[in-house]
Design a protein around this ligand. Structure first.
Ligand code: HEC
Ligand code: HEC
Length: 371
């Protein structure tokens, strides 16, 4: 009935089964070692497609022989490597072995296992990442991605890769960032062709170089944009939890996460979707989607796992900046005048996650008196 069962999404359990089965059969899911093009690229005039392919190749090589280049400042069309080739090759090998079956060779989130997974493996090509320490809309910091790779995303199929050597982790991290920038460049070049070029025009090398530089600059900038709490954490007392509970009810959290914090995970159930389909269109609930086009229910905070980390500062950042690419809004502006409220909310969420008496009591009070 509900998306969560035994602490994991139902479909996630299936996916582990599928992956386990493939592992037992002694074969990796068959993945072809070649980057996949966006459908939009394939709709462009042939000459523009050819240009996009040419530049993606010049800057990033192929899936089998990766490279990562950037324009040399003020040097015309000359390029220099961003990372050493052997480092990228190691990254490619780790990625192909450990990540591509879910995230796809291209990093499009569409590997052979992805069909069975919810939430979907991240499509890196938009440069949008959820578990960041940066403001909403910014790129992640390198350490944010490193943390997700090391610890995984609890409650999803994203595994923890604690046992990778540091060298392997650094290499695969760079490879993921490279795939993300490559994906962003493809999107930018499609837009450039669609909006700026006549069918007979060709993509200019300096325009491409400018895009590559801008894309990389956004990643560099993010390194200096860590969201630090405006105030020190207030003491985590029962009063703070109560104040958090009140804010949860009055500041709109409950509208999505429900008064009981259980979220909208019923949206993932086939029965619920079938029942919605049977209603006349105007009576159907509006089901929010994320930027990747998937149904995006508010998280079940009672499920005991937070995808983006359970340290107080992780939860603070989720509330302050929201979650990129998803309907979870940032409350930095709404709560700017009362920064302690974010901490109270953090304490309330922590108590809900732990299933504490205080949270249960607060929920019970509300359940008796829904006013
Ligand atoms: C079994 C499938 C699976 C495998 C294997 C896998 N991932 Fe993931 N990964 C996921 C899923 C699912 C998500 C999305 C989680 C979410 O949206 O909450 C994800 C998310 C991510 C993210 C995005 C984090 C963010 O902040 O948005 C990164 C980065 C990532 N994975 C890297 C890797 C790397 C590197 C590897 C290999 C070393 C890997 N993944 C292997 C399923 C997988
Ligand atoms: C418009 C709907 C909406 C509102 C309003 C909203 N949320 Fe969310 N929230 C979401 C969605 C959707 C997610 C899941 C994002 C994802 O896909 O990872 C989420 C995720 C979260 C998470 C992260 C859970 C995890 O797995 O790490 C926390 C914590 C959270 N919300 C707290 C709050 C608080 C506190 C408020 C009010 C201040 C709030 N939310 C308001 C929709 C909402």
């Amino acid at each position: 009935m509900h998306g969560y069962r035994n602490g994991c999404y139902r479909n996630t359990c299936w996916s582990w089964f599928a992956i386990g089965l493939l592992a037992m059969l002694g074969c990796q899911p068959r993945v072809e070692l070649a980057y996949r093009e966006r459908e939009d690229t394939q709709k462009l005039p042939a000459a523009h497609q050819e240009d996009i392919r040419k530049y993606l190749f010049e800057y990033y090589g192929t899936a089998g022989t990766p490279r990562w280049m950037r324009p040399l400042p003020d040097a015309g069309a000359e390029l220099e490597p961003v990372r050493r080739r052997d480092h990228l090759v190691l990254g490619q090998q780790v990625y192909f072995l450990r990540c591509a079956q879910c995230h796809g060779v291209t990093g499009d989130g569409n590997g052979p296992a992805a069909a069975y997974l919810l939430p979907k493996p991240r499509d890196y090509r938009k440069g949008t990442f959820k578990f960041t320490s940066t403001p909403r809309g910014s790129r992640p910091r390198r350490s944010d991605l490193a943390r997700t790779i090391r610890l995984g995303a609890k409650g999803t199929s994203m595994p923890a890769f604690r046992w990778l050597t540091e060298q392997e982790r650094e290499a695969v991290l760079d490879y993921v960032i490279m795939l993300s920038q490559r994906g962003q460049l493809e999107i930018e070049l499609i837009r450039e062709c669609e909006l700026e070029l006549e069918e007979s025009d060709r993509l200019a090398a300096d325009v491409v170089a400018e895009r590559v530089t801008e894309i990389a600059a956004a990643w560099t900038e993010a390194e200096g944009q860590t969201v630090l709490p405006i105030t020190h954490e207030v003491p985590n007392t029962p009063e703070s939890v109560q104040l958090g509970r009140q804010a949860f009810m009055s500041r709109g959290c409950a509208k999505c996460h429900g008064e009981n914090g259980k979220g909208q995970t019923e949206w993932l159930s086939p029965e619920f979707l079938a029942q919605q389909q049977s209603l006349p269109a105007e009576q159907r609930q509006q089901l929010n989607q994320d930027d990747w086009g998937q149904i995006a229910p508010a998280a079940d905070l009672t499920a005991g796992m937070l995808h983006g980390g359970r340290r107080p500062v992780d939860i603070y950042r989720r509330i302050h900046s929201g979650i990129n690419g998803t309907p979870m809004p940032g409350f930095a502006d709404a709560l700017g005048e009362e920064p302690d409220t974010i901490w109270h909310l953090v304490h309330y969420i922590m108590s809900v996650v732990r299933g504490d008496a205080v949270a249960k009591e607060a929920q019970a009070i509300v359940n008796q008196d829904p006013s």
